[in-house]
Design a protein around this ligand. Structure first.
Ligand SMILES: [Zn+2]
Length: 415
């Protein structure tokens, strides 16, 4: 019975350990540096292709080098159910971010292979190129082109620090395929990922059923007043940009606290000019990052930011400019995929909660072109993008079992 089928936690853990040799940072326990299409990435890609072909999967790549390893289904008219994530890492990253999702996909395929189970849909395990954005900006570029968010030429022309384009790196790697990204319907896209935050671990829960990804808006703010002498200018006559920016910082914090557990606000950069001990700053530059699960919430936060700025101008005589620099709309994952993941989690008896993703993933973009959902497993102290990133074998095993059972359930229910 396929409902009783389980992945091999030991084999999955072995694969995580074995592939960590490609890009392991010497002198660290688990640190990884596997930048997109650098030597280590090419090595792990070859390992993945060999492992997929060894169980009879057909491997293709698209023009951005994303790897599609397909296990045939019984109905030739059905598009594949994809299990995708990424094998590249940050320059000082860990061995689970993204990697768990791809290798768990391989483990699902190996489990089906061993059990002799043929699904109706093909199952396709995907390694999306350059998810991290560490070598080539922007992040999630290959899944973004796949979904029509960026053009292929834009992606191929992005350069690394040495001026090498993504297109040149692809040509050298041997992983540039013929297929235009996106020329490839997916019946669904499942992604298993470490949470990269502390929520599941703090709650002692096994699995996060991810309902979507919160929206993000970024702004640059410049507060302008008058630079003046610290000893000769009476307080009543000052237009101190730092005083105004400090008030704004308190207001921004309040905007994040306005909907507890939902809204988030951050000032990550804050610089006063000219930067002299005995001069009141005439200018402060700062950044604002607002996050909320829905557009109306982001609009409310943006309006509150505008009100706080207007108060500075009115009360303190300062001039403030607010420039939006980037935004990423909220993503709601597909109810059918979420139900398959939640149902599998329940049947497996794993503790869980529904949650949003605070970070971007390839699934943000695949959600535009295919029913998409994500599974989170806890990670130690919520740490990621760090050589200390860690999970337990049991956590990896539970996540991969949810992935297997959710994909099988989705395969049965959907035509
Ligand atoms: Zn990732």
């Amino acid at each position: 019975m396929s409902a009783d089928l389980r992945i091999s936690g030991a084999r999955l853990w072995d694969s995580l350990g074995e592939t960590a040799q490609f890009g392991a940072i010497p002198g660290t326990d688990r640190g990884m540096c596997r930048l997109t299409l650098a030597e280590a990435d090419i090595a792990v890609r070859r390992w993945f292709v060999d492992a997929a072909q060894a169980i009879g999967m057909t491997v293709t790549t698209d023009r951005l080098g994303s790897i599609f390893a397909r296990r045939a289904g019984s109905d030739p008219d059905l598009a594949p159910i994809a299990i995708g994530s990424h094998l590249d890492t940050q320059p000082t990253g860990g061995r689970f971010d993204g990697i768990l999702g791809v290798l768990a996909g391989l483990e699902v395929a190996r489990t089906l292979h061993d059990a002799g189970i043929v699904t109706r849909h093909p199952i396709e395990v995907i390694d999306w190129t350059n998810e991290e954005g560490a070598r080539f900006a922007p992040a999630m570029v290959a899944s973004g082109v796949f979904a029509g968010v960026f053009s292929l030429d834009y992606a191929l022309g992005q350069t690394d620090r040495d001026g090498v384009t993504l297109g040149e790196a692809l040509a050298q790697s041997g992983f540039a395929g013929d297929e235009a990204p996106g020329d490839h319907p997916l019946a669904a896209h499942f992604e298993l990922h470490i949470e990269q935050g502390p929520v599941l671990e703090a709650a002692g829960l096994d699995i996060g059923v991810v309902s979507g990804v919160q929206g993000i808006r970024w702004y640059d703010v410049v507060v302008k007043g008058q630079t003046c002498h610290a000893g000769t200018t009476p307080m009543a006559l000052r237009r101190d940009a730092l005083h105004g920016a400090a008030r704004l910082a308190i207001a921004v914090d309040g905007i994040g606290r306005s909907e507890p557990g939902v809204s988030l606000s951050t000032i990550g950069l804050f610089q006063a000019y000219p930067g002299s001990r005995n001069t009141a700053p005439g200018e402060v530059r700062l950044t604002v990052d607002l996050r909320h699960p829905d557009v109306a919430g982001l609009d409310r936060m943006e309006a509150a930011l505008g009100d706080a700025i207007a108060a500075l101008e009115r009360d303190l005589g300062l001039a403030v400019t607010l420039n939006p620099v980037w935004s990423s709309p909220p993503v709601e994952f597909d109810p059918g995929v979420i139900a398959a993941i939640a149902g599998a989690t329940q049947r497996l008896g794993y503790s869980h909660r529904t949650m949003l993703s605070g970070a971007g993933h390839d699934s943000v973009y695949t959600a535009r072109v295919a029913p998409t959902g994500m599974i989170f497993v806890p990670c130690e102290n919520g740490i990621s993008h760090n050589i200390a990133e860690n999970i337990t074998p049991a956590e990896a095993e539970r996540g991969a079992n949810v992935l297997l059972q959710a994909v099988l359930d989705y395969d049965r229910r959907n035509a």
